[in-house]
Design a binder for this molecule. Structure first.
Ligand code: PMP
Length: 394
């Protein structure tokens, strides 16, 4: 039977960049001692207090259809958090609860693009962006950056990339680069989007993981709230990846449109999950700090290991649960390095090329194993890189 063009286009075909990850998983399942530094998931599980709230809600009967747009208390609490963090007064009607940040992105793209319209995003990028754009029948367009500029987009590249585009996806703190966009970059993004009359889809799922500088939402910049759809999630901030709870925040009429779409897709998020999310958010910034603390600590472990050599380099590691390592001095591509490292050292990292052409010659390390294992993995990784470089020089 025929498959729709849309569904066939979600994946572009060819290698999807997850080959090293899958091979490492198979090796680990076969009992090999692999150190997996691949996916962005906490080594700690969801806090038991959040699970207790979930359990109490379910036992209390919140297991039927829940409000499709989110319970009033949860929408209000998310709006209060956004108000506190951005300084922009935000009401519950400007917030829709979604099945994680991913569903928020999907819904937001459907709400603002027509088939065939262009959506720009910045390379290196989070792996689902192009497929999500194509899933909305829109056309992806990358805006290139350079490692030498800390993977920040230039004003020229933004303006060129946004010409004729309907929307731009922005992700700060950034996966995979760990970059946190300063105000100046966000102002350039705002200027380019305004002049193209494009929407800004601001993916802020790592907003609690900022180690240098400060997280600024485009929603907080003058004149941008009306063209910004902000995407949030409890996956990273509260170690709730499996609960699938996030939100999209923007102008009330667009949120109403997206609520209408939700009626035809998810029909809402389970009530007991929403109650657990409410409990988690009410626990406040203290819990968020506790959950993000290991990543801040571990980036120092990486920095210390890298300081002992000069071959493998990195960016400032300003935010998120990843570091991007520049391994170009070994003469290998990111993919070749990742494959060889897995074979020789049983250490799995993501090839930079999985995140776009601009991350070629890099690998992404997720800081998601214990401090000791990360320390050991980084020592072995840098030794391995040195061995490759000296073999190449002979
Ligand atoms: N955006 C980015 C940049 C991510 O890294 C992720 C998850 N890895 C998501 C969105 C989706 O997160 P979730 O759907 O779990 O909220």
């Amino acid at each position: 039977m025929k498959r729709s063009t849309r569904i066939r286009s979600v994946t572009a075909g060819g290698p999807d960049g997850w080959g090293v990850y899958r091979r490492a998983r198979r090796m680990a399942e076969a009992g090999e001692p692999v150190i997996e530094l691949t996916i962005g998931e906490h080594d700690e599980r969801t806090d038991p207090s959040i699970l207790a709230a979930m359990n109490a809600s379910a036992l209390g009967g919140h297991t039927g259809y829940a409000a499709g747009e989110g319970t009033p208390e949860l929408r209000r609490t998310i709006a209060e958090r956004i108000t506190a963090r951005t300084g922009v007064a935000t009401s519950a009607h400007e917030v829709l609860v979604t099945a994680g940040g991913q569903a928020a992105l999907f819904a937001a793209l459907h709400a603002v693009t027509d088939p065939g319209e262009t959506v720009a995003y910045i390379d290196p990028y989070y792996v689902t962006y192009p497929g999500t754009i194509r899933g909305a029948s829109a056309v992806p367009r990358v805006i290139p950056t350079r490692a030498e500029d800390g993977f920040m987009p230039s004003a020229e590249a933004l303006s060129e990339g946004l010409t004729g585009a309907r929307a731009l996806i922005v992700n700060s703190p950034n996966n995979p680069t760990g970059a946190v966009y300063p105000r100046r970059t966000l102002e350039q993004i705002g200027a380019a989007a305004t002049s193209a009359d494009a929407w800004i889809l601001s993916d802020e799922v790592y907003d609690t993981q900022v180690w240098e500088g400060a997280h600024i939402s485009p929603r907080a910049l003058p004149g941008l709230a009306e063209r910004t759809l902000m995407i949030g999630s409890l996956s990273k901030s509260h170690a709730m990846t499996g609960s699938r709870v996030g939100w999209v925040c923007g102008p009330a009429e667009t949120i109403a449109d997206i609520a209408n779409l939700a009626t035809h897709t998810t029909y809402g998020i389970p009530g007991f999950i929403q109650d657990a999310a409410l409990f988690a958010l009410r626990a406040g910034p203290e819990l968020e700090r506790r959950i993000s603390a290991p990543f801040e600590r571990r980036r120092h472990i990486v920095a210390k290991q890298l300081a002992e050599q000069t071959l493998v380099r990195t960016l400032p590691m300003a935010g998120a649960m990843y570091v991007m390592l520049d391994i170009r001095a070994t003469g290998l591509s990111g993919l070749e390095f990742a494959e060889a490292l897995l074979d020789a050292e049983r250490i799995a990292v993501m090839p930079g090329e999985s995140f776009g052409d601009c991350a070629a010659g890099h690998v992404r390390v997720a800081l998601t194993v214990s401090d000791d294992r990360l320390d050991e993995a980084m020592a072995r990784l840098t030794r391995f890189a040195a061995g490759l470089a000296s073999a190449a020089a002979e």
